[in-house]
Design a binder for this molecule. Structure first.
Ligand code: ATP
Ligand code: MG
Length: 430
């Protein structure tokens, strides 16, 4: 039988790397709490129609990347249903917002999520078929102030704070405005006209996009198309006065808060639901997959999936890419216990468990050895897993004085049991 492996594009995350994942999630939760966000957890699979209507039929995600299946009916009365593993989480959050009438309070809803997403993409560094996103949404009825440019600026300022607190230095914030639905329709007409004489020299995808959704041409990654794309008109010139004023207010608030940004006229993002502000944070250390996170405003999304008017703005960070960035910036931290307890003989195993319990209750990280090991074997195991070894023989048990060796200094000392926790909690060498 051939050996079974994790499916292409999926991976196991192992210690000590998982400690970094946990640190990222703990930092994100702490920052979100300070900005008064609450956590939402939506199902990992949803009705396929949700993504078709929100993300958009024309997008790469919906047209080729989703894991979709026809769910079997279990009874005559049940219908089969097309289900999809979520490729992103904004659609699920907005569905939940509508389903639970979260807008009825009249208050702004500020929700964050952390969890796996699924897209059938070509796997490579920083790009997987199961990956994790940390994201947040600010959404509410217009009376809650959800349309205000202050919301955009606050979300961007929060992201700058979060990346700084994670220790990710050297990020770039790229910003654009894709305007209202009407602005985009106008811009699409302008683009269509500008593309007509040149599109024949572009890639087949662009030739299709030029007809179906010219805006998507700006997303093209084919090198040969880039010089042509550079000459196309920019969306900023198609914005109406309200969209222009909104964007100017976002930029003014970012300037006031000293959040650095650059403008990128080509940033239209891969999902159809964006309106007005769109953004990406990138990092040079990531190579080709350089986007750490992306997001934007989606004022019409709720209505597009049958809900009330509920403007909003949100983002999704690629947690896998945050991990890669931090791994490049800092050395991995091995997991090392404060002490390894070595019972001298199997008859001392139970006493060793009691000692380990005592120390663990005092907050120490303890590796519990095994009395059947020879002392040499205990020392070898201890040296690999802990800063110190605590020897528990019959004498130590009776006298209450334990023998402790600190590996960093090579010093062996006798420590009364009552003082052991304090002794072990000092950094090695003190
Ligand atoms: P990209 O241009 O890299 O494909 P995207 O525009 O498809 O990104 P979004 O849908 O906006 O990405 O998702 C937000 C973030 O989620 C991205 O910036 C990225 O960090 C991360 N992400 C997206 N797809 C993947 C993937 N397949 N594997 C790992 N991370 C991903
Ligand atoms: Mg993508």
């Amino acid at each position: 039988m051939s050996t079974l492996k994790a499916v292409r594009g999926t991976r196991d995350l192992l210690p000590p790397e998982t400690a970094l994942w946990n640190r990222i999630e703990a930092t994100a939760r702490a920052v979100f709490a300070r900005y008064n966000f609450g956590e939402i957890r939506t199902p990992v699979f949803e009705d396929t129609g949700l993504f078709a209507r929100s993300v958009g039929e024309e997008t790469d995600i919906v047209s080729k990347e989703m894991y979709t299946w026809e769910d079997r009916a279990r009874a005559q009365s049940e219908k089969t249903q097309s289900l999809t593993l979520r490729p992103e989480n904004t659609a699920g959050v907005v569905r939940a917002y509508i389903e639970h009438g979260l807008g009825e309070s009249g208050l702004l809803q500020k929700l964050y999520y952390i969890g796996p997403q699924f897209r059938r993409e070509r796997p490579q560094k920083g790009r997987y078929r199961q990956f994790s996103q940390i994201g947040a949404e600010v959404i509410g009825p217009p009376s809650s102030g959800s349309e205000s440019p202050l919301r955009d600026a606050e979300v961007l300022e929060m992201l700058a704070t979060l990346l700084d607190e994670l220790g990710i230095t050297g990020w770039t914030l790229e910003l654009n405005s894709v305007g209202s639905t009407a602005d985009r329709a106008r811009y699409n007409d302008t683009l269509r006209a500008a593309l007509a004489p040149v599109v024949g020299q572009m890639c087949v995808d662009c030739q299709r996009r030029a007809v179906t959704n010219p805006l998507r041409v700006l997303d093209c990654k084919v090198p040969a198309d880039q010089p042509i794309i550079e000459t196309l008109p920019v969306i900023a010139d198609s914005l109406d006065d309200a969209s222009k004023a909104h964007f100017a207010a976002v930029l003014a608030a970012l300037d006031a808060a000293s959040v650095p940004y650059t403008r990128n006229h080509r940033l239209v993002r891969g999902l159809d639901y964006y309106t007005r502000t769109t953004f990406e944070f990138t990092h040079g250390g990531l190579g080709a997959q350089n986007a750490l996170l992306g997001g934007g405003r989606y004022d019409g999304l709720s209505e597009a999936i049958g809900g009330p008017k509920a403007p909003g703005i949100g983002f999704a960070m690629g947690e896998d890419r945050l991990v890669l960035t931090l791994q490049a910036l800092e050395a991995p931290q091995p997991l090392v216990a404060d002490a390894f307890i070595a019972p001298l003989g199997e008859n001392l195993n139970a006493a060793a468990l009691v000692l380990a319990r005592e120390l663990r209750h005092q907050g120490l990280w303890i590796e519990l050895g095994e009395g059947s090991f020879r002392l040499k074997k205990s020392f070898e195991a201890a040296n690999k897993t802990a800063h110190t070894i605590v020897i528990l023989g019959e004498d130590e048990l009776q006298s209450g004085i334990l023998t402790v060796k600190t590996f960093a200094t090579g010093i062996q000392t006798k420590v009364p049991r009552a003082e052991l926790a304090v002794f072990l909690s000092k950094p090695a060498g003190e």
